[in-house]
Design a protein around this ligand. Structure first.
Ligand SMILES: *Cc1c(COP(=O)(O)O)cnc(C)c1O
Length: 383
């Protein structure tokens, strides 16, 4: 059996090595390291794939979120409603821009922001909602878009973990996540569902004027070279990364299918177990399984058992991860923003119970069998 990894980038690379190596050598040959043709090709490919008018590539997913907030003209003190149960990047940029992060609860089944909690948190200062499609499950976008239009708020989708996911509206229309809100943001970090071989990110929008604004902010606040209209930043995707992503975008649906197949295997292995909740799949979401995350329950000392499972698996050379061990509102970073004043029992409840198992495009049945049987062995020994 091949060694088990959380994400097996090597095996995935080997499967596309010939095509990728040629594409990278072409970039070297062209010496168009910045702004080369693969960048425009990739943006056009993503527009097609996501059904969106504009893709603006940038340096990473964190920048994408920051540039989105800058381009929308959010001002210090403006309130941004988002989940605490997320990767820190989502909320870090809010604080960096001196906006006010308003942390609300997630739905304990989907791990995504709870629309009712958003409603309760709206004040006259609220300007934007940032739903995160966490672990590859889509947030309840129909409700979120309704709330946003009732209260005239921007929606910035953090799509870093869900690129390629379809969201189905109640009337049956489907849209890709990242194409629904005012702006969609994604990351091409190597381990993401569409990852490059370094850092990368992108923003998506259907609004022509906003697309211009995003491009300008990402490029030192200039539309015309050396004439700087606004304070911007320098955030570019480089040509080598775009060349890799062009190839991987063609395979994205195949990659998603492989992840879903692995998830189906795990689901069947853990079905009906009294202490394990397998990932819920809401009818509106086709989960793209950036992570396969179990929620443990029914133990008195559940956090201890969850951490024990993590350690036991490590002894068997099976990696597993706690995403994330400390929710954003409890991070020291947010102490001066009143983070600890937020009362988020569901977020805390999940933080004690979640554990993510290896999930990637190259998992083999033998590995899945080995992983799931060890999870069961450990948990059954704790009953
Ligand atoms: C990875 C990730 C980001 C940030 O992406 P980077 O490219 O690492 O900056 C933002 N939000 C979420 C939810 C992520 O998983």
């Amino acid at each position: 059996m091949r060694p088990i990894q959380m994400v097996d980038l090597k095996q995935q690379y080997l499967a596309i090595k010939q095509e990728v190596d040629v594409a990278i050598l072409d970039v070297l040959d062209s010496t168009a390291f910045i702004g080369g043709k693969p960048i425009q090709d990739l943006a056009a490919g993503l527009n097609d794939y996501l059904g969106v008018k504009h893709t603006i590539p940038c340096a990473n997913g964190t920048d994408a979120l920051q540039i989105a907030m800058m381009a929308l003209g959010l001002q210090p003190g403006d309130e941004v409603i988002t989940a605490s149960f997320t990767y820190i990047a989502t909320v870090e940029v809010v604080a960096l821009l001196r906006l006010k992060p308003v942390f609300v609860e997630v739905d304990p089944k989907t791990f995504c922001i709870d629309p009712e909690a958003i409603r309760k948190a709206i004040t006259p200062k609220t300007k934007a909602i940032v739903p995160v499609h966490l672990y590859g499950h889509t947030a309840n976008m129909d409700e979120i878009m309704k709330i946003a239009s009732e209260h005239n708020l921007y929606v910035i989708e953090d799509n870093a973990q869900a690129i390629g996911a379809d969201y189905t509206f109640p009337d049956g229309t489907k849209k890709k996540t990242g194409s629904i809100g005012t702006i969609g943001c994604t990351s091409f970090f190597p381990s993401k569902n569409l990852g490059c071989y370094g850092d990368g990110g992108a923003m998506f929008t259907n609004d022509d004027a906003l697309a211009e604004q995003l491009k300008m902010v990402a490029n030192h606040g200039q539309k015309v070279r050396y004439y700087h209209e606004v304070v911007g930043c320098n955030s570019r995707l480089d040509t080598v990364q775009a060349a890799v992503l062009k190839i991987k975008l063609k395979k994205l649906d195949e990659y998603i299918a492989a992840r879903r197949k692995a998830a189906d295997y795990y689901d069947a292995a853990f079905a009906g177990h009294a202490n394990i909740a397998t990932p819920y799949r809401a009818p509106y979401s086709n989960h793209v399984f950036h992570q396969y995350t179990l929620t443990l329950d029914g133990f008195e000392n559940v956090a201890e058992i969850r951490n024990g499972l993590n350690a036991y698996l490590a002894e068997q050379k099976i990696p597993s991860m706690i995403y994330y061990p400390v929710p954003a509102h409890r991070q020291q970073m947010f102490a001066s923003f009143g983070g600890a004043d937020f009362n988020l029992p569901i977020t805390d409840w999940l933080t004690d119970r979640v554990i993510s198992l290896p999930m990637h495009t190259e998992l083999e049945e033998e590995q899945l069998q080995f992983i799931s049987s060890h999870v069961l062995t450990y948990l059954n020994s704790k009953k």
